[in-house]
Design a protein around this ligand. Structure first.
Ligand SMILES: N=c1c2ncn([C@@H]3O[C@H](COP(=O)(O)OP(=O)(O)OP(=O)(O)O)[C@@H](O)[C@H]3O)c2ncn1[C@@H]1O[C@H](COP(=O)(O)O)[C@@H](O)[C@H]1O
Length: 111
């Protein structure tokens, strides 16, 4: 996993014992899964709108920022549910291998 995803996820895990008044992530955990899912949905919509704007304007700054918000809240969702983002990356890696792009994974799949 990329270093920043790994380090950020460690911080998200550490926020499970933090004070909700001093940590945004701890405040999301305290509000519960429904609030986290609401944020994921909100950020997904904002990402879609930013992508539309980026196509028209040619400026992708807002798109990058909204996508970062979406990824961040998705990581909070996984942390809340006790799942590790490495599993998501492993699933992408598996599909990449199945599609034949990864020659090594593709060969070992045939055996
Ligand atoms: N990457 C992020 C990150 N991205 C976005 N956000 C926050 O996510 C929120 C989303 O934006 P909104 O405008 O929807 O927020 P809002 O209006 O305050 O939220 P609602 O009241 O609508 O729920 C903002 O408050 C952002 O500050 C983040 N908050 C924290 N992090 C990382 O998480 C780490 C731990 O954060 P704390 O728990 O706050 O210490 C930090 O060190 C950062 O690295």
């Amino acid at each position: 996993m990329s270093d920043i995803l790994s380090q950020l996820f460690q911080v998200l895990e550490s926020r499970k014992g933090a004070d909700p008044d001093s940590s945004y992530v701890a405040s999301l955990y305290a509000k519960g899964l429904n609030k986290i899912l609401e944020k994921v949905g909100e950020e997904a919509v904002e990402t879609i709108l930013a992508a539309r704007d980026a196509e028209v304007s040619g400026d992708s700054q807002a798109l990058i920022s909204e996508t970062a918000d979406l990824w961040f809240h998705s990581l909070v969702m996984l942390a809340k549910l006790g799942e590790h983002p490495d599993k998501v990356l492993a699933e992408l890696e598996r599909r990449f291998g199945l599609s034949g792009h990864d020659e090594k994974a593709s060969r070992s799949h045939k055996h």
